[in-house]
Design a protein. Structure first.
Length: 382
């Protein structure tokens, strides 16, 4: 797809010197990254940001390759090369065509965004401020949103917003263009859900993979807070769990979970329990080899049920929690104590001990999202 024509300086060098010249131009910071190099007979033309001073060119090329032939030429800017440059260019062109002064607006464009399938999610607060208000009241605004999505390689565009403090941990994203229905693959697991109704934490990628790497062959697992299957699906697809009981009370998450399970061909090993896990886990007492407790800021409300759901041979708990970095060691001790108190209260034939603590991500400047893997052990009588 052609994206826009710009005039640029081109430095032409013989093909046999192209690799070295590319390195040299790049090191000097001269190379444009939003335009492909051109070729012409046995020459390669490198797009440069400006015409380097003759003396600098001579010093740089001397003894390595012939002095490049310089010219200015109309070239096509490709959006896919450097997405940020493409977005900047797209917004710049849109504003220029409507005689809106651009520089401050362009400088305020975000350097990072998230992508869920075809949906581009820009950070909370993008396009805030008085300069953007004029733009946002423009009658042709929908075409700007469309072009931004396209410049970043997507078809839909939305703004992130803080996760709601409701029981569903609902996202509150603001859709600007297209749809919030997403479908994508993460580490060979397909997910499909409505990102407008269901939160997705990209930051938990390492944890999804770690849990997916466990060999769960033959295991019955309970995912107490299943969502759209962040952990349920990797445990079924990669871990090969015999059965995952997925507890979830948000209808939108359940719809995404069922759709995704079917996409991955694992629906026969998935049992969805619709509603509060306080009720559904009470029907799963003594059945599980493993319980996944993936709720933030704390999964404590389900600890007692989780201990009662493990079978008599015992097994594993994966306990998620937001904990202040400096308090992590104390939290581990306190958690294992609490779990053992519950286990003895319910006369379980084992006790629990910590096996591994995974630091998943920073939740806020001093608070970590951690996962404590806890294993049951049976004390020897000797
Ligand atoms: C934060 S999400 C899961 C996120 C995922 N574990 C991750 O880290 O990306 C937690 C899910 O638990 C569900 N949930 C919270 N409390 C619940 C309860 N008592 N019973 C069933 N589902 C619950 C919410 O609807 C939400 O889908």
């Amino acid at each position: 797809m052609s994206y826009g024509q710009v005039s640029t300086w081109l430095a032409w060098v013989p093909k046999e010197n192209a690799e070295l010249a590319h390195r040299v131009f790049k090191t000097n910071g001269w190379l444009r990254s939003d335009v492909h190099p051109l070729t012409k007979s046995n020459l390669v033309g490198f797009p440069l940001l400006h015409n380097p001073p003759q003396e600098a060119l001579e010093r740089t090329c001397k003894g390595r390759f012939p002095l490049p032939q310089m010219n200015i030429q109309e070239v096509t800017v490709h959006p896919s090369i450097v997405p940020h440059a493409s977005m900047r260019h797209a917004v710049g062109m849109w504003l220029k065509d409507r005689n809106i002064v651009t520089n401050e607006l362009l400088d305020s464009l975000p350097a990072k965004w998230e992508r869920l399938g075809e949906l581009i999610l820009l950070p909370y607060g993008t396009f805030d401020g008085t300069e953007w208000n004029e733009v946002k009241s423009h009658a042709e605004l929908p075409t700007l949103w469309h072009q931004i999505a396209e410049s970043l390689g997507g078809t839909s565009l939305a703004l992130q917003a803080p996760i709601a403090n409701d029981g569903y941990r609902s996202p509150q994203i603001e859709l600007l263009h297209g749809t919030t229905e997403v479908r994508f693959t993460d580490h060979n697991v397909a997910y499909a859900f409505d990102a407008g109704q269901v939160m997705w934490s990209s930051g938990n990628v390492t944890e999804r993979r770690r849990i997916g790497a466990l060999d769960l062959t033959g295991e019955v697992v309970i995912d107490a807070y299943a969502g759209v299957g962040y952990y349920t699906l990797p445990m079924l697809v990669h871990g090969k769990a015999a059965c995952v009981h997925a507890c979830e009370w948000n209808p939108a998450s359940i719809e995404g979970l069922r759709t995704s399970a079917a996409l991955n061909g694992v629906e026969s090993r998935l049992k969805v329990h619709d509603g509060d896990n306080a009720a559904s886990m009470a029907t799963l007492l003594g059945v599980a080899n493993r319980v996944h407790l993936g709720l933030l800021p704390s999964s404590e409300p389900a600890w007692e049920a989780a201990i009662r759901c493990l079978n008599d041979e015992g097994g594993w708990l994966h306990v998620h929690m937001n904990v202040e970095e400096k308090a992590i060691d104390d939290w581990v001790k306190a958690t294992v104590n609490s779990l053992n108190l519950i286990a003895s209260e319910w006369q379980r034939p084992w006790r629990l001990q910590p096996h591994h603590l995974e630091r998943v991500k920073w939740f806020s400047p001093r608070v970590r999202h951690v996962v404590l893997d806890v294993q049951t052990v049976v004390d020897s009588m000797n």
